[in-house]
Write a protein that binds this ligand. Structure first.
Ligand code: ATP
Length: 921
């Protein structure tokens, strides 16, 4: 086993040559072997910094005891136990402990969900190990690993660069320097250079702004410069959501109001001669039951559970507020390639010198051939020349593995490399003939990529280097603009206007068939500065990128849900148009291209934005303007992006969406959500989950608060009416546990209403407490108060009349009220599954709720009929006839809430989809 490299050289890496370091760290061209890497990982520890915070189960448990009310209550019952009320004290203590346990379980689950998220959002790194290119979690990097870096990557460790191609690194995170630093691989003489001057090192935590590089890991984890400076890693951010903030406020107001009523009830009790300690315990128990202190926590739990569900649907949310915003998303702007289409490019047609040749075969297997036009067999060498040129100007490479052919690199380039291989033009062979010595990399702004090769082709124009040749491929119009000659079968000729028009027409024809069109050109004799001018046009290539089958359905779903899908692509407008039509994005609206957008000012764009369905030939910078224009229209805009320059638009969008597979680290960092399958359908799935979560929080809140209104209303009304208290401290605590506990949790996972995606998006300004929600809560709460109070009074009188002694009569009346209150809550739970629809639609669709209610009913029966429990809870064994009465009384909540919903449906009709989407069909 080779020696684990020492860290003693940490300040000298820049002065050694890359080869010397390779030797020292026992790593060569083929990288480390998996075994060596595993051994080093074991010895050095993972390449990660300590997490900013991890919450242990003990912390969560301790937090549950931080509720002042609960502590006071426990002290008071301990006191009362000392004074002789042992049974009551024990029961209260058990109920409270049970509530604490429930709270703990809920929060523990939420915390685990968040932790799972943090792990999933962990960065990855591209390495060469066992001679193969692989993507591994960045935490598994060890010194000696060979790492590949490309624009948009976050540098995963401290790396001594061994190869650079126009590599520029943004080191702002480490040094504060805002201009990207150009990097080289040569050793540096001076021993004591500042970090910013060691330009042959790429530091962990910085971003590759441009170009490409390769290097060897020299430091990992806390030993990196970044680790030394910060010592902490920012994980998934936890912020309070607007809803949580809102509920914090609502919770405080309600707590104060409830507090006042509780003091009043207990105070009046004391004045009436009730024992002070008993009233104190009662008051605190009532406060524990009705103060909605758990409100914000409950929302966190729902959001966290929702986030977990989204992960299953391939959407990884980085911040909780995103979940809330997702539900009100009204516009989704999506890239085309990879998100709406499969990004599996296959070259189908090549246009050379006025003739079109078809290419057969599918997938990445280099099996297929040319179908030359019968009247122009002489095109073969031209087609070969074009494919050879495009292969030289590509980075992608093809490899045969056990399970078939695999493409490494960009699929657009892959289409060329595969097509060339079909003609026997292997990438390695052509590279040997013409070794690459420099390159001008692809970017979405430039829309082309050019490489320089050592290949003397003669004919160098003056000032150019005769032994070099340049090859380029990219968007047809960009390439054409840099050409003044064209290669024909008869030789090179002038590219005149007529030929230019012919090329444009050919490109348009290919694009209209939904093919992605690229042009290829070359230049004998070139320097890097002049490479892209005065080139010789070789021809066009048309490649197919089939739409994702799920995308079409997802777009139809958007349509039904009042969400506008918009396509934003760097591709040719005709290709974009054809695919947008096929997918259903383009209907009656417009397609505009980047340079038209440049001519519009912001006001013009805002006026037109509702009509534009497709943006073609745009650069990432345009996306920012599109987002802003939609936001000016008051829309909640989701935007996808994968490149470095997409970051500003992703940050600005209400929901920035990055790609998990093809996206860059920089875009993922800027985004609110990452798609783990890069699929448009997953965005729509996440929106659906977002809507579902919001509506479940609404159900939960209506239920919880309406129950509390019912409880406190009953106690306050009885006190004011001079009646005895209708429930004991034990009973009130139990009601609270039974109703806040399982049924409320079950509502948090209620299945979505089936028209959830057939409604327009929620207006984010309306919040959760809409007039219908408030009305239903009040009606439910007040009716519960009236029914229970009525029943209590009736039973008190009835008991006295039927000859029960006063104590028994009170106990009987209290039991009836207790049961009625619990049953009313159960009916409400089913009722509040929707704030609009009748209870009788899919009544029992929530199986968790059914189970919870069955369980609670069982417990209720035990409490009433098992002597030991009925003793503890002070209940009376009700005869069957009482059950009929109590059931009838409780059931009365159903018609009342149904009537309220009926009124609401007629006075507050749901906005129609047509209003939200101004789409003309
Ligand atoms: P999206 O639809 O996600 O915006 P896109 O691939 O159409 O993706 P870009 O990646 O910005 O958009 O590419 C814009 C144009 O640049 C393409 O239409 C193509 O003409 C050209 N292009 C794409 N990839 C390459 C490449 N690897 N080398 C050279 N040119 C490329």
């Amino acid at each position: 086993m080779p020696e684990t490299p020492s860290l003693s050289n940490r300040d000298g890496w820049h002065s050694l040559s890359a080869d010397a370091i390779s030797q020292r760290l026992d790593s060569g061209e083929h990288g480390l072997s998996s075994a060596t890497a595993a051994e080093r990982l074991r010895r050095q520890g993972p390449n990660e910094l300590p997490q900013a915070e991890t919450i242990s189960p003990w912390d969560i448990l301790a937090e549950q005891f931080q509720n002042v009310l609960i502590i006071i209550l426990l002290i008071a019952v301990a006191l009362s136990a000392l004074l002789g009320e042992v049974l009551e004290s024990v029961v209260i203590a058990v109920i409270v402990l049970f509530a604490i346990l429930l709270g703990f379980v809920q929060e523990y689950r939420a915390e685990r969900a968040m932790e799972a998220l943090r792990r999933m959002a962990a960065p990855a790194a591209k390495v060469i190990r066992d001679g193969r290119e692989q993507t591994i979690p960045a935490r598994e990097l060890v010194p000696g690993d060979q790492v590949l870096l490309t624009a948009g990557d976050r540098v995963p460790a401290d790396i001594r660069l061994s190869e650079t191609a126009n590599l520029r690194v943004n080191e702002a995170a480490l040094t504060g320097e805002s201009v990207p630093v150009t990097k080289h691989s040569a050793p540096l003489e001076a021993p004591d250079l500042a970090i910013g001057d060691r330009i042959n090192l790429a530091y962990s935590g910085t971003d590759i702004a441009y170009g490409r590089g390769r290097g060897i890991v020299v430091e990992t984890g806390l030993a990196t410069e970044f680790g030394r400076v910060t010592g902490m890693l920012a994980g998934v951010q936890q912020q309070r959501t607007p809803l949580q903030q809102n509920l914090d406020k609502v919770g405080r107001v309600l707590a104060i109001a409830a507090g006042i009523v509780v003091v009043l009830i207990a105070g009046l009790g004391v004045l009436r001669g009730e024992p002070v300690l008993e009233m104190f315990i009662f008051g605190v128990a009532l406060a524990v039951a009705v103060v909605p202190e758990a409100l914000p926590a409950v929302v966190t739990i729902s959001l966290a559970i929702g986030v977990q569900r989204m992960v299953k649907r391939h959407a990884l949310v980085r911040r909780l507020p995103t979940v809330e915003t997702l539900g009100s998303t009204s516009v989704i702007c999506s890239d085309k390639t990879g998100t709406l289409t499969r990004d599996e490019m296959t070259l189908r047609a090549v246009w050379t010198d006025g003739h079109q040749t078809a290419v057969t075969g599918s997938g990445y297997a280099p099996e297929g051939e040319l179908e030359l036009p019968p009247d122009a067999p002489e095109q073969r060498p031209l087609v070969e020349r074009l494919l050879r040129a495009a292969t030289l100007a590509s980075d992608a490479h093809l490899e045969q593995e056990d399970d078939g052919w695999r493409l490494y690199g960009d699929p657009t380039e892959g289409a060329f490399v595969v097509a060339a291989a079909k003609l026997g033009l292997e990438r390695s062979t052509v590279e040997e003939q013409a070794p690459r010595i420099d390159e001008i990399p692809f970017s979405s702004e430039r829309k082309r990529m050019t490489t320089l090769h050592r290949e003397p082709l003669g004919d160098a124009p003056q000032g150019d280097s005769p032994e070099l040749a340049a090859y380029t491929k990219g968007a047809a119009e960009t390439i054409l603009a840099g050409c003044d000659r064209i290669q024909s079968s008869a030789g090179i000729r002038e590219l005149d206007d007529a030929t230019g028009a012919q090329i444009n027409a050919a490109a348009k024809a290919l694009a209209s068939d939904a093919l992605r069109v690229l042009a290829v050109a070359y230049k004998p004799g070139a320097t890097k500065e002049t490479a892209e001018q005065g080139m010789i046009f070789l021809g066009l290539a048309g490649m197919i990128d089939p739409p994702r089958s799920e995308a079409q359905e997802a777009i139809a779903a958007c349509e039904r849900a009042g969400i506008r899908p918009v396509m934003i692509t760097g591709d040719h407008p005709d290709t974009a148009r054809a695919i947008a039509r096929e997918l259903g994005i383009l209907r009656a609206g417009r397609v505009i291209v980047g340079h038209e957008l440049d001519r519009m000012n912001d006001a013009e764009l805002e006026a037109a934005v509702e009509e534009i369905e497709v943006y073609a030939r745009v650069s990432p910078e345009h996306k920012l303007r599109v987002v802003q224009a939609w936001q000016k229209q008051g829309r909640i805009c989701a935007m996808t992006g994968d490149g470095v320059n997409d970051a500003p638009a992703l940050k600005r969008a209400d929901i920035g969406i990055a790609m998990g597979i093809t996206g860059t680290d920089v875009s993922r960092e800027a985004a609110d959500m990452t798609l783990t399958d890069d699929n448009f359908a997953s965005i729509v799935g996440a929106v659906e989950e977002g809507r579902g979560i919001f509506s479940n929080i609404k159900k939960y809140l209506m239920y919880l608060l309406s129950s509390n209104i019912g409880e406190i209303g009953l106690m306050a009304a009885a006190t004011l009416a001079g009646l005895p208290l209708p429930l004991s401290a034990v009973q009130i605590l139990y009601v609270n546990l039974a109703t806040d506990g399982l049924p409320a949790l079950a509502l948090a996972v209620d299945p979505p209403e089936d028209d959830l995606m057939e409604r327009p998006p929620r207006d984010p300004k309306t919040g959760i407490f809409t007039p219908p929600v408030i009305l239903l809560m009040l009606v439910g709460g007040i009716w519960s108060t009236l029914v229970n109070l009525g029943l209590f009074v009736y039973e008190l009188n009835n008991g006295a009349a039927s000859g029960l002694d006063p104590e028994q009569a009170l106990k009987h009346a209290m039991t009836m009220t207790f049961v009625s209150l619990v049953l009313i809550q159960f009916f409400k739970a089913y009722n509040f599954r929707s704030d609009r629809r009748s209870l009788f639609q899919q009544t029992f669709a929530n199986k968790w709720l059914n189970l919870a209610i069955l369980w609670e009913l069982g417990l209720l029966t035990l409490i009433i009929y098992v002597p030991m429990l009925s003793n503890a809870f002070g209940t009376y064994a009700l005869p069957a006839s009482d059950w009929l009465l109590v059931l009838a009384a409780a059931f009365s909540i159903v018609p009342v809430l149904e009537a309220a919903k009926w009124v609401l449906r007629h006075t507050h009709p749901e906005p129609q989809i047509g209003n939200a989407s101004t789409r003309a069909d």
